[in-house]
Design a binder for this molecule. Structure first.
Ligand code: FAD
Ligand code: SF4
Length: 505
């Protein structure tokens, strides 16, 4: 599958070059399960073609279907059925698919095929499904921080015996600084498209012309070799300052000190443990400080594993959760970037061009606005699944439904990530060029986030007021003069009415 492009994948572990056939297919149903960003389709298809070529060169028999082959089939089921007829195998060996929809399709092979079907665990993850269930069992609340400590113990990363290296599990106190434009920003390693990638770009421009996003320029890695170069580049150039500026945002600086490695990890070009070990080595050799290395490793063995656990634990209706009962449709400017809010415009435009925005832009700009404006979480989830190069439902959905929209009512995180414009102003330079004034509350020209923030808290008071992490906010709201409260709510209502009428804000 397109996100299993690793020689160490469990399905290939005992495979024999002389006897086994590796079946891979570019599938219309997968490329259009939602209208994925053009760059994401290019990344996955080009990486698949390169992987298949490399396997063939090494003497493997690969039965590969291109999307535009004559007689191309559209689904996994059709691909496998055809391959079974052609190769007459005794057994189909497959690594468990990462998302529920495909997993159900593959599970059905056990009934529909007349051969043995061996579905193997995806051991690229550090926590198996059982590990997560056992950890979660009997806990009243699941919190990433405690799960993460288990993962540190399990991997031995940044551990000295049973104690965390440096004496603390988490160095976030030293992180979260705003960035200034005079800092040197090391852009991620870029790669020139080769013949295979150029062919795929042409294919995508033709077949998926109506999908969101720009196909070119395309600069992402599509082979393991390139992805390792991107990793080397990140470790030496950006990791040392990753922690300090992890939450910062700057106009025109799309990556800051972030790695832009998520897609390579998700599709199998890089192994998550290998990436963490490289970061740990940078600390041990004195090339990167502990706050950066611990923060980076926590994202991978902590958050990445933790959200996967929630995705599978959340069951069939995970993506339909809607704790605040929000019903508003996603505003059209999420696709066009056509808004006067500088922060939203910046995040959306770079998303359209690069299929990338970093975590804080996803969480505290586009995600935050959708939650404050009461957009239906399923719509928000679909948008995120479409627009990012690293978007696969198992990781995207818990980040959107759980972390960013609080649509699971607090199963994943301890409070909604609600904030006013002041947060964005503190962590970015966006407000300086915005038509709105972040310092204005509810007067003409006030930052829309400000009134929407108080309106969100007021609207959802019954559901949130007992959350200890919001008690300070509710005390402030309670003390606020009635007139101020009313003007916030009126301003928020006017903004929401404009959104509903499709007017520009
Ligand atoms: P860095 O900041 O360099 O972080 C290093 C690595 O840590 C990432 O490459 C990634 O593998 C991992 N990581 C960091 N945070 C998370 C997290 N919250 N969950 C899982 N892994 C994490 N990540 C995806 O891979 N796919 C998605 O579809 C996705 N959707 C998201 C949607 C929302 C609303 C939010 C708030 C976050 C989402 N994330 C998603 C998590 C995170 O934002 C991205 O992994 C990160 O921005 C990718 O950029 P990077 O490689 O430069 O990350
Ligand atoms: Fe965003 Fe408000 Fe700042 Fe404008 S003023 S950039 S809308 S936070």
């Amino acid at each position: 599958m397109g996100d299993q492009l690793s020689r160490d994948i469990s399905a290939l572990k005992e495979a024999r070059k002389t006897k086994d056939v590796i079946v891979m297919g570019e599938l219309w149903d997968e490329a259009t399960s939602v209208k994925h960003h053009k760059k994401k389709i290019i990344l996955v298809l080009s990486a698949m073609r390169h992987f298949a070529e490399a396997l063939k060169k090494d003497g493997w028999r690969v039965d590969y279907q291109k999307l535009d082959d004559e007689n191309a089939v559209k689904s996994f089921s059709a691909l496998v059925k055809r391959a079974v007829k052609k190769h007459r195998p005794a057994t189909l060996v497959v690594t468990e698919p990462s998302e529920r929809r495909v997993r159900q399709e593959v599970e059905a092979f056990k009934k529909t095929l007349s051969i043995d079907v061996d579905i193997r665990a995806d051991d690229r993850f550090i926590a198996s499904h059982d590990d997560f269930s056992q950890w979660a069992e009997g806990r009243k609340q699941l919190r990433m921080e405690y799960f993460y400590r288990e993962m540190r113990r399990k991997t031995g990363l940044l551990m000295e015996g049973d104690k965390p290296t440096g004496g603390a599990w988490n160095y976030d106190k030293e992180n979260r600084k705003p960035a200034s434009a005079d800092l040197f920003m090391p852009a991620p390693k870029a790669f020139k498209p080769d013949r295979i990638t150029s062919d795929v770009i042409d294919l995508v421009q033709t077949k998926f012309a109506d999908h969101f996003g720009d196909a070119e320029p395309f600069r992402y890695a599509v082979t393991r070799k390139e992805a390792v170069k991107a990793l080397d580049h990140f470790i030496s150039k950006a990791l040392p300052r990753f922690g300090d500026f992890q939450d910062a945002m700057l106009t025109g600086e799309r990556f800051l000190y972030h790695s832009a490695l998520s897609a390579y990890i998700n599709i199998g070009l890089l192994d998550p443990l290998e990436v963490c070990q490289r970061a740990e080595n940078a600390y041990l050799s004195g090339d990167a400080p502990i706050n950066a290395v611990e923060g980076f490793i926590r994202q991978i063995i902590g958050w990445r594993e933790y959200v996967r656990g929630h995705y599978w634990r959340g069951g069939e209706n995970y993506v339909r959760q809607n704790y605040f009962e929000n019903r508003r449709k996603l505003p059209a400017f999420y696709w066009s970037g056509d808004t006067d809010m500088a922060c939203m415009r910046e995040a959306i435009e770079q998303t359209r061009e690069d299929a990338y925005a970093h975590h804080i832009q996803r969480l505290m700009v586009t995600g935050l606005f959708a939650m404050l404006a009461g957009v239906e979480p399923y719509d928000v989830h679909e948008w995120y699944l479409i627009v990012y190069f690293d978007a696969f439902e198992w990781v995207e959905a818990p980040n959107v439904i759980g972390m960013s929209q609080y649509a699971d009512g607090g199963a994943l995180g301890s409070k909604p990530y609600a904030a006013s414009g002041a947060y964005i102003n503190r962590m970015s330079d966006y407000c300086k060029t915005c038509r709105y004034a972040v310092t204005k509350k509810s007067e003409e020209g006030a930052c829309p986030f400000n009134a929407l923030y108080w309106d969100f808290l007021a609207r959802n008071e019954m559901k949130l007021k007992d959350n200890p992490r919001l008690s300070q906010m509710y005390r402030t709201w309670a003390k606020m003069e009635k007139g101020t409260k009313l003007s916030y709510r009126a301003h928020a209502r006017a903004t929401l009415e404009k959104l509903d009428a499709g007017e520009r804000i």
